[in-house]
Design a protein around this ligand. Structure first.
Ligand code: HMG
Ligand code: MG
Length: 313
């Protein structure tokens, strides 16, 4: 470590020079907390993440409030973020009802969220994989017509708690379908954190072969088996420049019980800055934010970097 508390910077050949971190702590993180965080605390969390330099801070979800009670305050929260550019604040939208709610509040970036497996499609969306795609079709069309950017999440890209390992071709099919419906970018979800680096590289190569350019792919790793950072490095080697992470490693998914937190943003930033890859993120401000959030939640963060930096005195 250098005197400034930053990793020593040494580049590794062939990696991107800049990465866009897609921060999901306020959505993926908080949706899975037992405690329902007060709306004002969520708003402060998002403001602090934006002030720490995170270019994209996923804010909330316009889903059925009974399905995800932790995010039932989306209507109250979004107006509290009015001073931030809505382009920086994507929101999850599963259907036209969710889109109407999001557009009414001025959302300018949305994400639909499909599944590579039937079991998770049923558990998360009460639909088959293809029924979910049919539900997204008008959402994507209407969003695009309104000039709103659309991300397509795909869950269970590598493994599924009910179905086991997911064949690469199965994931590629649904990725292609999401792009064909008009999604601007994909985010490949390792919802239960079972992927390993070779699997990541194989899927990315298969997507390229199916005509999906690397520039339209993001990666979304949960860290259940401690593989998230290794998988991220594999993705970087492939040229991926959009990486999802959650501050302090908050997260999971209420409809996949074995999912734990996302890759911690602090761990990601430490590695990227060590590799000389620009992120625009101020690690000190980010760390202070996650320490504050962990206090608000009353439990320590699982992020190793966060723990190391917050105990270094
Ligand atoms: P459903 O029960 O099939 O809904 O749920 P429906 O279409 O039959 O409608 C039933 C009622 O819900 C109707 O009301 C609708 O108006 C209402 P009624 O006429 O009976 O009074 N309704 C809504 N109300 C508010 N907002 C809405 C909405 N939609 C319908 N948007 C539904 C289908 C999709 C709504 C439900 O399954 C749902 O909300 N699911 C969301 C689950 C979720 O948010 N999961 C977590 C996010 S995904 C994730 O975390 C993975 C990710 O991180 C990537 C990874 O890690 O893999 C992204
Ligand atoms: Mg997730």
């Amino acid at each position: 470590m250098t005197a400034a508390g930053l990793p020593m910077e040494i580049r590794s050949e062939g990696l991107p020079t800049r990465v866009r971190i897609h921060e999901v702590g306020a959505r993926d993180g908080l949706q899975n907390e037992r405690t329902v965080v007060p709306t004002e605390v969520k708003a402060e969390f998002i403001h602090r993440l934006a002030a720490a330099g995170l270019p994209t801070v996923e804010a909330t979800s316009f889903v059925h409030p009974k399905w995800v009670p932790q995010l039932a305050d989306a209507e109250q929260l979004f107006p509290l973020l009015g001073d931030l550019d809505p382009q920086r604040l994507p929101v999850l939208v599963p259907n036209e009802r969710g889109l109407d709610r999001a557009l009414a509040l001025g959302a300018r970036r949305i994400a639909v969220f499909g599944s590579a497996t039937e079991s998770f499609a049923k558990a998360n969306l009460n639909r088959t994989v293809d029924e979910a795609l049919a539900m997204f079709a008008p959402v994507i069309t209407r969003a695009k017509d309104a000039g709103v950017e659309v991300r397509g999440y795909l869950s269970m890209c590598f493994g599924d708690p009910w179905e086991g390992p997911v064949p690469v071709a199965q994931t590629v099919r649904v990725c292609r379908a999401l792009l064909d419906l008009g999604c601007d970018e994909l985010s490949l979800g390792d919802t239960i954190g079972v992927a390993t680096p070779g699997h990541v590289q194989t899927l990315l190569a298969a997507l390229n072969e199916a005509g999906v350019p690397t520039s339209r792919i993001g990666v979304h790793f949960h860290d259940t088996y401690g593989q998230a950072l290794a998988n991220t490095f594999a993705a970087l080697q492939h040229g991926i420049t959009t990486i999802d992470a959650s501050a302090g490693g908050l997260g999971g998914c209420p409809y996949a019980k074995s999912a734990t937190g996302n890759l911690a943003t602090e761990d990601l930033v430490w590695m990227l800055h060590g590799l000389g890859i620009e992120t625009g993120v101020d690690l000190d401000r980010l760390t202070a934010t996650s320490v504050w959030m962990a206090e608000a939640l009353g439990r320590p963060s699982p992020s190793r970097t966060l723990r190391a930096l917050s105990h270094k005195e």
